[in-house]
Design a protein around this ligand. Structure first.
Ligand SMILES: *Cc1c(COP(=O)(O)O)cnc(C)c1O
Length: 424
């Protein structure tokens, strides 16, 4: 396989003679066929091809194919958002009456999806601390557990998941590990190499990288043997009546999980990405490897500066040698710890808000992973549904400022931070 730098630039789309050099935007809801018989085969999943863009679209598939290659996966699909990706990734194998073990250190939106919305749908979740002991992790499993979920680098707590530990526990119980790899991107970490089975992304973040399009992606490694645990996964291992009795795991092998998610979940829920968004995503992917390097370099410099500043109470960045997750970062993120740094300003919540108000380059935005530096106070925004106890479990204290370090000059960014701290 090619180096990831080459896949970022050229993967997923291979134009033939005289075809467009750049991925074409196929802005069409539908596709034309000569006979009803031809189209019927597509509906029955007997032939490959496009018929309606709610299910599949060539522009979206090119971007998905590139991300699939980058992660070293077997099959992938785009979704309209990261939320849809995580929902589909879990709901594809865990439905009413089932149970999932999840790290408590995850994105606020995902926590809400699991603990509130999916709970209403009858899926139960047990949350475990990312650095729980083997015994605590073991105790979280139930006979009806269908998956384990965590984030490589958690947003916004910035804990680093011990992917090998979580994968081993999942596999001991005959279920897959799903890893949200949004913050690391496959440039910094490829969870499949550490035993994860399924990877999800909010492509809205570094992959897009320019705050231009919301999107998500699910990649399947193809490594999990559904048939070996057929009693746990009837949706994949028994005939689907809505597709004339196809058994996905038998018929599609390593593509079974993604085919089922497309054929059932995308068909029924329709969280479809637009071809225009997929085009923008692909444009972002072309420079992802170059941008990630610079995001990491800038964030490392900013984190080191903050750490030595008298007005800063604490800094969280796994690239710092004193960070509790540094050892895990050395193992799982040898090329850098992404561009997001979190810290507490002395003086708590009010000081954090004053500091943020005085930043000139760093804008207050509900976003991370943008080329432009931005910052957020999670306790009063993304995590405001949580009570104080839940905030602590999620690794988000009330004074936490999440700074997404962009691609500007690090000297300018540090000067901006210093003048904003001087205003305190
Ligand atoms: C942003 C984010 C999501 C949700 O993605 P959207 O594209 O905003 O729907 C999920 N997981 C992580 C880690 C995120 O940062």
């Amino acid at each position: 396989m090619s180096h990831i730098d080459t896949i970022c630039v050229q993967g997923g789309y291979h134009p033939g003679n005289g075809e467009p050099r750049q991925v074409p935007i196929i802005q069409s809801t539908t596709f034309k066929y000569d006979t009803s018989e031809d189209m019927g085969k597509l509906f029955d999943l007997e032939a490959e091809g496009y018929f309606y863009s709610r299910l599949q679209n060539p522009t979206c598939d090119h971007a998905a194919a590139k991300i699939c290659e980058m992660e070293g996966g077997a099959a992938a699909m785009l979704t309209s958002s990261g939320q849809a990706a995580n929902f589909y990734a879990v709901f594809n194998i865990a439905t009413c009456g089932d149970h999932v073990v999840a790290s408590s250190s995850i994105y606020g939106g995902t926590y809400n999806l699991f603990a509130v919305t999916m709970k209403k749908m009858g899926v139960a979740f047990t949350f475990v601390a990312p650095d729980c002991t083997d015994e605590e992790l073991e105790a979280a499993f139930r006979p009806n557990t269908k998956a384990v979920f965590g984030e490589t680098i958690a947003n916004p707590a910035l804990t680093v998941l011990d992917i090998e530990k979580f994968a081993a526990a999942a596999h001991r119980h005959g279920v897959p590990l799903i890893v949200d790899n949004t913050f690391a991107t496959p440039v910094l970490c490829r969870p499949f190499e550490w035993g994860a089975d399924i990877v999800t992304h909010s492509t809205t973040k570094y992959m897009d990288g320019h705050a231009s399009a919301i999107g998500g992606c699910i990649v399947d490694s193809g490594n999990f043997d559904w048939m070996a645990h057929a009693e746990k996964f009837p949706g994949l291992c028994t005939p689907d009546d809505s597709y004339h009795g196809i058994t996905y795991a038998e018929r599609f092998g390593k593509g079974a999980y993604i085919t089922k998610a497309t054929a059932q979940l995308m068909r029924d829920f329709g969280s479809t990405p637009s071809p225009q968004s997929a085009f923008l995503l692909n444009l972002g992917l072309e420079s992802l490897h170059v941008r990630m390097q610079r995001h990491c370099e800038n964030a490392q410099a900013v984190a080191e500066h903050l750490q030595s500043h008298e007005k800063i109470a604490w800094v969280r960045y796994s690239g710092l040698p004193g960070d509790p997750y540094h050892a895990q970062a050395v193992k799982y993120l040898p090329h850098g710890s992404c561009g997001v740094v979190s810290f507490g300003v002395k003086g708590g919540r009010a000081a954090a808000e004053t500091f943020m108000k005085h930043l000139k380059l760093g804008a207050i935005a509900t976003h991370v992973a943008d080329a432009r530096t931005c910052c957020l106070h999670p306790a009063s925004s993304t995590h405001r549904q949580m009570n104080d106890q839940e905030l602590i479990a999620a690794g988000v204290s009330a004074d936490l400022v999440r700074l997404s370090v962009g691609l500007e000059s690090k000297e300018d960014l540090i000067a901006d931070i210093d003048q904003a701290l001087a205003a305190l």
